[in-house]
Design a protein around this ligand. Structure first.
Ligand code: AHR
Length: 633
């Protein structure tokens, strides 16, 4: 294998390897958004979903959910508690999102909005473990408020851990109190931000050093119908002004059951931008194009009513980048970020296709480019098993001078192996490609879960040599979906699995990470008998140079069951350092997986090896292995 270190084929974009975030599989609520109380404002379909009532006296008016829709549209419901006599037990217990993950010795911050015309009713808290044992207590001070709402808060420390804890709120004394926005957060959020995100999950993203983060999806951008589409303006500002909606992944059936899946938007567009900034990723928001999910209703906005959708796109650019004196820039500043978020691109539509998509897209493109000529628009090209939809739309979108075309492929591992040359013949001029959602779908299904095994990951690694080799046209790529909760998933496979206390990366996670951490700055040829290595003898090879770190980085995937040895010869470079860093990822069997018990069963191992001649290395690739060789110039 000859690597031509001085023949720079193309740049590798800083955005090349990124992440795709969607609130699917409890990715946001119950996942990265660290709120522990489910249905904190009683707005779920059934107002007391997630809450159990304990009452040892009969008074059917003790707990009432009231609705003030006309006065407070985003947050209409609240709970009225009335206790007529001082005796008797009255309590409500929140079950959390599949339980609450509680850590011994950690501080928990409780808060709520309340209204109590006259003092009388008191509120105490008990954190319960899996066996209903108390592992934390606190009393909430709720002095009389008169007619207005007040906030009350208390912090306390958990005396023990629990994977499926719960929070009980007991009412003592007598009187009446209104409650809303009942909240419990751990203190160990990412960057210690109150009301923030789960640090272990964000850390997993930060560890990938992703070039971009795409949000908020996925199908949730589209909604089952347009009333349930994602509307970013309803996800910013004060929490109680963010109107929740049912999640598009709210399912009733079998093991995928999540009839309690809503989007409360505690993780909203401001937080997404902030997350992108924190992890050094370029933000890539995707907006609804005036079409609902085409797998469902296919509801369309008539073209002459598309203006509000287009205005949302224009306003989002102002929200992200506008001066603090602009309408939307001012809102960003009020949320604590006067500096711009440097948004340079946006997707219009997710998996939308057909003439209806194209005619809507044209209107978006016209309006956005008129105001922001350099702003890049990511266009959808749908998804389908034959790739035919990509082909026809690709031609049409290229003719429209699309900036970046988003292609999705969820296919079996053999498809990924066979398609490592997919972009070799794509035109280099004009529209670029975003491999916006992809994952190898292994045939192996256990307990209803398509396995995140090494079979899928090694095929993805092989395919990605083709993305890297074609960095001239492929400017971005991201695996999907990103997160899944072990007790609340709807889609498999996924990149990172979590439960209430732990998270682990799958073999595919480590493949993504190795590419991202070793993306280099320029593609160089890696040839065997003068040709790109894209499956000959089941080997897949690509190479980049990193002009900053002065390294030549060669990626080698052996997708066969045989050990294979090759000479790797670097041409066009001065004498290389004799010591070569070798990182390998692999497993003896294709069926290996990572798990909560063995989170790093398939994970990278780094060692040093030595050149076997001048700028030459004799490398032996283990069966089913992925290797990253770093040669120092
Ligand atoms: O990643 C899961 C789903 O797959 C996304 O929401 C959608 O875009 C695609 O169909």
């Amino acid at each position: 294998v000859v690597v031509k270190a001085n023949q720079l084929v193309s740049e590798v974009q800083p955005t090349m390897w990124g992440v795709f975030f969607e609130d699917i599989n409890m990715g946001a609520d119950g996942g990265i958004y660290a709120e522990l109380i489910k249905n904190r404002s009683f707005e779920f379909l059934k107002p007391l979903m997630g809450w159990q009532v304990q009452q040892d006296f009969f008074d059917e008016g003790a707990l009432q959910v009231l609705n003030r829709l006309e006065k407070n549209t985003p947050n209409p419901r609240f709970l009225r508690v009335t206790k007529k006599a001082a005796g008797g037990n009255l309590a409500v217990t929140n079950e959390g999102f599949r339980g609450m993950g509680i850590k011994k010795g950690l501080r928990y911050d409780f808060s709520l909005q309340y209204r109590q015309p006259a003092a009388g009713l008191s509120l105490s808290l008990e954190l319960l473990n899996n066996e209903d044992k108390t592992i934390g207590t606190a009393t909430v001070q709720t002095p009389a408020t008169g007619e207005g709402w007040q906030k009350a808060a208390v912090s306390f420390t958990a005396s023990d851990s629990a994977s499926k804890g719960r929070l009980r709120i007991t009412f003592t004394g007598s009187g009446s109190m209104d409650l809303d926005m009942i909240s419990l957060f751990p203190a160990d959020t990412w960057k210690g931000r109150p009301g923030g995100m789960r640090a272990d999950m964000v850390q997993k993203l930060a560890d990938m050093k992703p070039g971009f983060i795409r949000f908020p999806g996925g199908c949730i951008v589209e909604g089952f119908d347009l009333s349930q589409r994602y509307q970013w303006k309803k996800t910013i500002g004060a929490l109680d002004e963010r109107q929740l909606i049912i999640n598009r992944w709210n399912f009733e059936f079998a093991h995928r059951a999540a009839p309690d899946y809503f989007q409360t938007f505690g993780l909203g567009f401001f937080e997404y931008f902030q997350l992108a900034e924190d992890i050094g990723a370029a933000p890539l928001p995707i907006l609804n194009c005036g079409m609902a999910c085409q797998f469902n209703t296919s509801e369309l906005v008539p073209l002459d009513q598309l203006d509000p959708y287009i205005q949302d796109a224009l306003d989002l650019i102002e929200f992200a980048n506008g001066d603090v004196n602009t309408t939307w820039g001012k809102k960003r500043a009020a949320m604590g970020h006067p500096a711009p978020f440097n948004l340079t691109m946006m997707g219009v539509g997710n998996e939308n296709y057909g003439p209806q998509y194209v005619e809507r897209l044209q209107l978006f493109m016209k309006a956005i480019k008129a105001k922001y000529p350099d702003f890049k628009i990511v266009t959808s090209s749908g998804t389908d098993p034959d790739g035919k939809r990509f082909d026809y739309l690709n031609t049409e979108l290229r003719e429209m001078k699309a900036d970046i075309i988003d292609e999705h492929y969820y296919r079996n591992p053999s498809w990924f192996l066979a398609n490592a040359g997919r972009y070799d013949s794509y035109p280099r001029n004009g529209a670029k490609i975003f491999g916006g959602e992809y994952a190898g779908h292994s045939d192996k299904v256990v307990d209803g879960k398509r396995q995140n095994n090494w079979q899928a990951a090694v095929a993805e690694a092989a395919f990605m040599t083709g993305l890297e080799r074609n960095a001239a046209v492929v400017h971005m790529a991201s695996y999907a979906p990103l997160f899944a909760h072990a007790d609340g998933w709807q889609w498999t496979p996924d990149l990172i699995w979590v439960n209430n206390l732990q998270s682990y990366g799958t073999p595919s996670y480590y493949v993504q990470q190795l590419y991202s951490l070793n993306k280099g700055t320029h593609v160089v040829p890696a040839l065997w008998n003068g040709e790109a290595v894209k499956g000959q003898d089941s080997l897949y090879i690509s190479a980049v140079v990193d002009q900053k770190s002065k390294e030549i980085i060669v990626k080698i995937v052996n997708a066969s069951s045989r050990t294979q040895t090759r000479d790797v010869v670097v041409e066009g470079a001065a004498k290389l350092n004799k010591t070569v860093s070798l990182t390998t990822l692999g497993s003896e069997t294709l069926w290996s997986i990572n798990s909560f018990e063995q989170p790093e069963a398939v994970s990278p191992k780094t060692t040093n090896i030595t050149l076997t001649g001048k700028n030459k290395l004799n490398y032996t690739a283990a069966p089913y292995s992925f290797a990253v060789l770093k040669l120092k110039m």
